[in-house]
Design a protein around this ligand. Structure first.
Ligand code: EPU
Length: 433
């Protein structure tokens, strides 16, 4: 199993290009099920989660190919297949994104229930009630969600808000079914995340009729069919934010090319409040320059345009070396704090009280062996390792490979001393030698 060895303490310098957004690419690729005709996608990151989605699509009769220039071409070749099996779905919760498109286009779906997750309970009740409002009958049994959409129709007004705000992939699912449902659907409390906006624009490019894109109220008028189209996925705001944190935490000067600052207001404002110099670079990027230890700030994760939960761990890493105490409150996933114990192993002073972590800044973290346990927590540990004194080993980096494309190469190009190693392979080689 691969791990990262990081020799910390080197300020990062230089330029790096952000990849396409994983969380936009996943529902958009799933929505290619809706197309009559081939789709071409640019800026789809080459990630484990994307490969999983393409495997699920293959199971569902969607052929795909990645061309030499990175473009992915998809084409539906078999519309009879409607089952997303447990073996694939269990490796990625976002597999649930095929449910809406299958019901919209094929009127039937059998999707394995996504399992538990280390960041806390992640129910799909809102997805299901939203789809039921479109006339879909849903049965849950044997670990599968079976949907019959023979009576699919516009759902009138339906509400997708839950105890923690709107649901992102739930909005993707209901939207992707409603675009082919005869009649009108009004989704209230739709997620406004840029990834959902990208999906909605993609559906419009296929011929869908959607109003209110980017707002909490989406009005969808069902059409009879959707055509294949070409699409360029938005840049990944979470990867961009992660790289900016790495630049700031190491006391460096980093420009992230291709990032979209308009999708990142909350994290950029927080960086500025910490005393990090943030500049836009000729409409194609963002530059951060650190000036000494960050000032403490309070972070509260919220639905977009609030501060994203997917950057909470990385910002906490940065606040571990702030000049004072910060409060980090998680309002989307109150249990998403698995990185806390690992950061403590690196000398961080963090106390957890319910959904809040109180972070008492220390001058420096020290390198330690730590364990990656989910995607964003792993990213936080890598950032912490880059800034820490001495060597950090981050085990189980397959978590990070789910969502960050060639992260060690990108960080290496900025001067980071980071290597990917496989201890089992090394041991075997030593034994042979
Ligand atoms: N929720 C419900 N019922 C539902 C669905 C969600 O109560 O039916 C709750 C969840 O438990 C959570 C909140 O609502 O407390 C928000 O969950 P949401 O459904 O919005 O999350 P998601 O769609 O499963 C996406 C991203 C996550 C990101 C969240 C929040 C994708 C593929 N995943 O998940 O990304 O954290 O939105 O922004 O888009 C990641 O990339 O590391 C990641 C976890």
């Amino acid at each position: 199993m691969d791990q990262f060895e990081i020799d910390g303490g080197v300020p990062l310098h230089g330029e790096v290009r952000v990849s396409g957004a994983k969380n936009a690419a996943l529902p958009i690729l799933a929505a290619s099920i809706l197309a009559d005709g081939p789709c071409r996608f640019e800026r789809i990151p080459d990630l484990r989660d994307i490969r999983t989605m393409l495997r699920i699509l293959a199971e569902l009769g969607v052929r795909s190919e990645r061309l030499d220039d990175g473009t992915i071409v998809t084409e539906v070749v078999d519309t009879d297949r409607v089952c997303a099996p447990y073996e694939l779905v269990k490796t990625m919760r976002a597999s649930i994104c095929v449910l809406g498109p299958l019901l919209g286009r094929r009127r039937r779906a059998e999707v394995s229930f996504p399992g538990g997750c280390v960041i806390g309970p992640r129910p799909v009740d809102l997805h299901l009630t939203g789809l039921e409002a479109l006339g879909v009958s849903i049965e849950v049994g044997g670990g599968y969600i079976a949907g019959d959409a023979a009576a699919l129709r516009g759902g009138g007004e339906l509400y997708l808000g839950g105890p923690f705000g709107p649901t992102v992939t739930g909005t993707a699912n209901v939207l992707s079914a409603a675009v082919l449902a005869p009649g009108t659907t009004v989704i209230q409390s739709a997620a406004c995340e840029p990834e959902i906006v990208d999906l909605a624009h993609f559906l419009v490019a296929m011929g869908a009729r959607i109003e209110g894109i980017g707002s909490p109220t989406l009005v969808i008028r069902g059409v009879e069919r959707l055509r294949g189209t070409s699409w360029r996925v938005i840049p990944d705001r979470i990867e961009a934010g992660t790289l900016l944190c790495a630049g700031a935490m190491t006391g460096g000067d980093v420009t992230v090319r291709g990032a979209d600052p308009t999708a990142m207001t909350a994290p950029l404002v927080l960086l500025q409040r910490m005393g990090v110099v943030v500049e836009r670079v000729e409409d194609d990027g963002l530059r951060v320059r650190a000036g000494g230890r960050p000032r403490p700030v309070d972070v509260v994760t919220l639905p977009y345009p609030g501060f994203p939960t997917d950057l909470q761990a990385q910002f906490m890493a940065l606040l571990c070396v702030a000049d004072g105490n910060s409060f980090v409150t998680e309002k989307i996933y109150p249990e998403r704090f698995i990185h806390v114990a690992e950061l403590q192993r690196m000398g961080a002073r963090i106390r957890k009280e319910g959904p809040t972590a109180i972070v008492q800044g220390v001058e420096r973290l020290s390198g330690a062996p730590v364990m990656a346990s989910d995607l964003r927590a792993s990213a936080a540990l890598v950032i912490a390792g880059l800034a820490a004194e001495g060597r950090t080993t981050v085990e189980r980096v397959y978590h990070i490979d789910r969502g960050y494309e060639r992260i060690e190469e990108k960080l290496g190009a900025l001067g980071a001393r980071i290597r990917r190693t496989d201890p089992a392979r090394q041991e075997a080689a030593q034994a042979e030698g």
